[in-house]
Structures are given as structure tokens and as C-alpha cells.
Design a protein around this ligand. Sequence first.
Ligand SMILES: CC(C)(COP(=O)(O)OP(=O)(O)OC[C@H]1O[C@@H](n2cnc3c(N)ncnc32)[C@H](O)[C@@H]1OP(=O)(O)O)[C@@H](O)C(=O)NCCC(=O)NCCS
Length: 163
Amino acid sequence: MTTRPGIEFQRLEKSDHDLVRHIEVAPEQIVYCGTIDMAFASQEDRIDLYAIRAAGAAVGFFKIDLKYPQTYGFAHYGDLGLRAFMIDYHHQGRGIGRATLAALPNALRHLYPGARALVLTVNIRNQIAVRSYLQAGFVDTGDIHDGGLAGPQHVMRLPLRPA
Ligand SMILES: CC(C)(COP(=O)(O)OP(=O)(O)OC[C@H]1O[C@@H](n2cnc3c(N)ncnc32)[C@H](O)[C@@H]1OP(=O)(O)O)[C@@H](O)C(=O)NCCC(=O)NCCS
């Protein structure tokens, strides 16, 4: 799906691992988002995988979790979960994360017409990501989720439809 100029979202099947296998974050960032190999090895159901493409190249990745409201008490019926959001280390700091987050709500409205909000957790130490999400219009719900491997996480929510 083409979004704003230069950024595209490509739905991936498990057989598409090779299209994104090269995408890596810095070793100290893995605790925040996992790895591509972890995402493709997972047997979790109701997860949609996407590549983020910029200028035709796969430079990032994310998962949309359709069972988020069944998994987490802080999520509500109709919420989508944003997970494993990552921009390849070599492409970070060039505005691709910001452009992706700006384009994502409209893309998700088209891809998931019934969705009400996009919800995520972000480690309180991951200040670059926290700032990126807030700038993109996510609202910090004030909830703290303690289930993460790397410590407490903020819960953030971006409405996709009027309440
Ligand atoms: C968080 C992430 C997605 C941001 O993507 P990005 O393409 O690097 O971000 P952008 O270039 O669009 O920059 C967004 C903001 O972060 C800042 N930023 C980006 N990289 C930075 C760095 N290494 N140091 C300091 N600030 C940085 C930018 O200056 C910008 O802030 P501004 O708008 O106030 O100028 C990316 O860094 C990433 O993949 N991190 C590892 C995985 C991760 O933490 N995912 C989130 C899981 S919840």
C-alpha cells in the first residue's frame, strides 16, 4: 500500500522472510522491539506482518496484533496493537520513523475498517521512541505495563475513529 510520498507498507507472509531478513536494530535496541528472525519464528496467531519501504527499499518492519484486546487489559474491543516497530539501524535518524508514524493511521483505517484505535507499549527508557510516538499524536494513557522483558512501559493510544 502506498502512503505519503516515499513510504509504502507491504503486507508480508511468513514466506516473505527474505524480503526483510536484512533489517536490524542496534544490539541494545533489540530488547525494545525484538528481531526480524524472532517475528518470523513466532507461532502467534492473528498477527499481520508489514515491511516499511522507503524509496523502494525495505527499511523497517512492524506487526499489527489483532488479538491485543484479548491479551491486554488496557486494550479495548476494536483496538489494534502495534508491535515490533523498527527502522533498520542504518536508516535511523533520517525521518523515516516520523514519516511512517504520520502515514500509519490512514493506512490502517483503509486496511482495518472496523479498527477503533492503535495501541502500543513503549519502554520508559526508550526516549527516542516515546518522543516519536507523542509527536505522531499518540496519547500516553497514564497506564504502566509491567509485562515487558526490559522493565516498565508506557501505554499509548492513537484513535483511528471518533469514539
Ligand atoms: C524509534 C525509531 C522507530 C525511530 O525511527 P527513526 O527513523 O530513527 O526516527 P526519526 O529519524 O523519524 O526521528 C524521530 C525523532 O527521534 C530523534 N532521533 C532519532 N534517532 C535518534 C538518535 N539516535 N539519538 C537522538 N535522537 C534521535 C529524531 O531527532 C527525531 O526527533 P525530533 O522529531 O524531535 O527531531 C527507531 O529509532 C528504531 O527503530 N528504534 C529501535 C526499535 C524501537 O525502539 N522501536 C520502538 C518499540 S516500542
